[in-house]
Design a protein around this ligand. Sequence first.
Ligand code: F6P
Length: 349
Amino acid sequence: MRKIGVLTSGGDSPGMNAAVMSVARSAALYGIPLIGIKRGYNGLLRKRENIKDDLQELNLETVLDIADTPGTYLRTARCDEFREEKYRAIAVNTLKEMEIDGLVVIGGDGSFNGARCLCEMGIPCVGIPGTIDNDLGYTEMTLGYDTAVNVCVNAVRAIRATSRSHDRPHIVEVMGRHCGDIALTTAVSTGSEIVIAPEVPWKVEDIAVKLNRQLDKDNPRATIIIAEGAYEKMAPFDLYGFLTANGKMCYEGEPMSANRLASVLKRMCGGAEVRSTVIGYTQRGAEPTARDSAFAFEAGNLAVRLLRDGISNQVIGMQMGRVMYMPIMEALQYRNIFNRTLYDLVNSL
Ligand code: F6P
């Protein structure tokens, strides 16, 4: 390896900086110069006038300070052009011109697909799973997931304290794209009474039945955790018709949201003062937990060792609690398994 490159791509996730720092420390240890590529694959397309805005030499001094910081020092972005071969060819050219003989890609499944394509074009790549969503079936954890869950758990605990004080139900929306893992783990870790996830189709009316059951059992402060992707799995519901018929203003065609679900449930549940909170970017922008940082540190080192030893087209993950690697193609074929038993248990009250 004359040089290696590292990039972060897709949604940022806590621990990305720790992984970059580990890649830098490992590269320094093995005597391989390291280039940081800015804004995911975009940096390889050389969109900026000043080359330093696309590619930057990373030395230890630059990265030692970032290990425990949230966000990503290298910046991140999604890069739709990268689906097209002509743009990937530009990236390959950039890598060759810069004498970068291997690439560490930190991101989710879309980023891994980009890495797989680069491998097919002769650029050795190794992927590190960086996404809060935990939606990669081959690995028990993705970088940032543990942090995101802990942010949600802390938020829900605080919300439940104030909900309890006022005897009010509360809806909490968490992230995760099409994956309900953040929602489910948050629900089980906080004793929440209801969870709604994209893996299981649901009806607003059924949630109202569950909430009414809690109210009847003298629990006026139930917490409903909903994953952001779950609205897509909601049975058709005439939000406009229902709200306007019940004296609440609503725009025609307005989509369901945590706020609107609270309004609907209030009207379906005897006027209970249902409130809502969307946790949002605080999940992604948090300082990484020790678990995420430690995984990042080990994964960053393994990525550099693999490239150094001529092993590429691999992604790193965690299986049976141990850091491992497997071919990208194989990893992308794993389906994420949602824990339906826990989901049913949370919703069984
Ligand atoms: O995939 C990571 C993620 O944070 C998802 O949880 C979320 O749906 C998505 O990215 C949001 O992306 P953006 O911040 O670009 O809207």
